[in-house]
Design a protein around this ligand. Sequence first.
Ligand SMILES: *[C@@H]1O[C@H](CO)[C@@H](O)[C@H](O)[C@H]1NC(C)=O
Ligand SMILES: *[C@@H]1O[C@H](CO)[C@@H](O)[C@H](O)[C@H]1NC(C)=O
Ligand SMILES: *[C@@H]1O[C@H](CO)[C@@H](O)[C@H](O)[C@H]1NC(C)=O
Ligand SMILES: *[C@@H]1O[C@H](CO)[C@@H](O)[C@H](O)[C@H]1NC(C)=O
Ligand SMILES: *[C@@H]1O[C@H](CO)[C@@H](O)[C@H](O)[C@H]1NC(C)=O
Ligand SMILES: *[C@@H]1O[C@H](CO)[C@@H](O)[C@H](O)[C@H]1NC(C)=O
Ligand SMILES: *[C@@H]1O[C@H](CO)[C@@H](O)[C@H](O)[C@H]1NC(C)=O
Ligand SMILES: *[C@@H]1O[C@H](CO)[C@@H](O)[C@H](O)[C@H]1NC(C)=O
Ligand SMILES: [Zn+2]
Length: 424
Amino acid sequence: MLVATASISLLGLAAAHVGCSGHNIARRNVGGEHNVIHDKRQVDTNNVDVAAQCAPYSYAPMANSKAKYPAIWVQPATLVAGDSEAAALFATINATVQQKVPHSNSPHGTPKGDWTGANYPTGDPDCWWTQSRCTTPAAELGIPSDITNLPEPETWGLGFDDGPNCSHNALYNFLAENNQKASMFFIGSNVIDWPVQAIRAKDDGHHICVHTWSHPYMTALTNEQVFAELYYTRQVIKEVIGVTPTCWRPPFGDVDNRVRVIAAGLNLTNVLWKNDTFDWSVGTNNVTVADVTNNYQKIITAAGQGQYATQGLTVLNHEVNNFTMQEFIDQYPSIKGAFKHIVPISAAMNWTHPYVEQNYTFQDFNAYIGSPDAASASGGASGTAAGAGASSAAKSSDKPKSAAGVLRPAGAVLAGALAAALLL
Ligand SMILES: *[C@@H]1O[C@H](CO)[C@@H](O)[C@H](O)[C@H]1NC(C)=O
Ligand SMILES: *[C@@H]1O[C@H](CO)[C@@H](O)[C@H](O)[C@H]1NC(C)=O
Ligand SMILES: *[C@@H]1O[C@H](CO)[C@@H](O)[C@H](O)[C@H]1NC(C)=O
Ligand SMILES: *[C@@H]1O[C@H](CO)[C@@H](O)[C@H](O)[C@H]1NC(C)=O
Ligand SMILES: *[C@@H]1O[C@H](CO)[C@@H](O)[C@H](O)[C@H]1NC(C)=O
Ligand SMILES: *[C@@H]1O[C@H](CO)[C@@H](O)[C@H](O)[C@H]1NC(C)=O
Ligand SMILES: *[C@@H]1O[C@H](CO)[C@@H](O)[C@H](O)[C@H]1NC(C)=O
Ligand SMILES: *[C@@H]1O[C@H](CO)[C@@H](O)[C@H](O)[C@H]1NC(C)=O
Ligand SMILES: [Zn+2]
């Protein structure tokens, strides 16, 4: 059969730079010369010095666990030898792939995201976002659309990719002070490297999703590699943080039906994005800070012009380095001025139980925004273990707290006693 092929060299080029870059996200915690054993949250969350926060440490609860996971930051993840539980689940999901997408049973992309010369049918049989921006797989697949727009008008769906970043205290403190929750798309290699930072996200009441193990182009991988990237990230989040996520985001947005079927087999819903701040791209291809500020401004201006009067949008932000975090902090007042609501994806979608563990309850949209219509049953993130995280979640609204009303994360209480002696 002769299929028309799209001229995709341009798209391919763009795709290499679209979304969530893998640049500079591989800072390692080598367990360091300090050899500090953290057997509880000995963290000074007030310390915003990058070097101090990123000083290597060892984390006792994970000391004997690393062998259960793929090598950190090695692309792509594969099944760990001897992991029969993972292998059995993969075999089941792999069979589903054969059954559901028999025509799309092999990788589309390439590991570097450069698909120049790839012949891909213009008909887009596999809903390959990277090629066509397709977000709605055919109905017979039984997989819901990727999340891009949000049902609630004038709403900014807030999410940060690529964390946990070792130096995220200033950002997380800022979010806590503003009573602002976000969805955090965590990289498995970062979670195992920086477990204490990962745990803070839960303690602060944020909504945690999967963002793969090693940040590869997912459509370039075999079924087994796709599975391993998602499975072990889900697994390490469960082991380190204690919750099992039900959402994920593909690095670079690179997703197609084959990848969606495997993710769905792990009960992971694809949260894509509508607009990208391209905050990660400063320094690549001459992109400047002013360019990124302008990207924010375009969204803010569009909001002022009523572009989101009927629906909100998911925006892509990164927890990848000092600039991406600080730029969000700097832009926050303008976003707040232009949008009615800034909410985590859990609230935007009314996901009141965003984890497999049903004892974690998050706020639905009305509860999050503090609407009087809020159903009383959907109160705070009552499941968040740390007291401060839970209570700030319960009181959450998207109105900023005055300086006097600042809520401190749990770790800050510890800080006074432990700050001087400890590393983070
Ligand atoms: C998974 O599916 C692929 C593609 O059909 C097949 O080659 C492979 O053998 C399968 N692997 C397992 C473990 O079933
Ligand atoms: C997905 O969710 C279903 C329904 O709750 C459950 O039976 C199944 O075990 C889950 N699958 C995985 C891989 O967690
Ligand atoms: C970056 O700017 C320099 C100087 O203007 C120019 O020579 C170069 O081609 C630009 N690079 C890219 C990737 O645009
Ligand atoms: C948002 O992204 C869409 C493509 O998804 C683009 O057409 C639009 O111009 C962007 N809006 C802003 C305000 O940047
Ligand atoms: C975290 O941010 C710091 C500061 O910008 C940066 O040096 C480091 O590489 C980042 N680490 C990770 C794991 O992304
Ligand atoms: C970025 O680095 C500066 C200088 O070290 C620091 O003051 C600021 O708090 C950092 N911002 C974030 C968001 O980490
Ligand atoms: C969330 O719940 C509110 C209140 O019941 C409802 O109006 C809204 O449509 C729901 N949103 C979604 C995405 O289901
Ligand atoms: C939820 O249940 C799990 C398993 O019993 C338990 O370990 C965890 O502490 C509980 N969390 C909360 C916040 O209730
Ligand atoms: Zn990313």
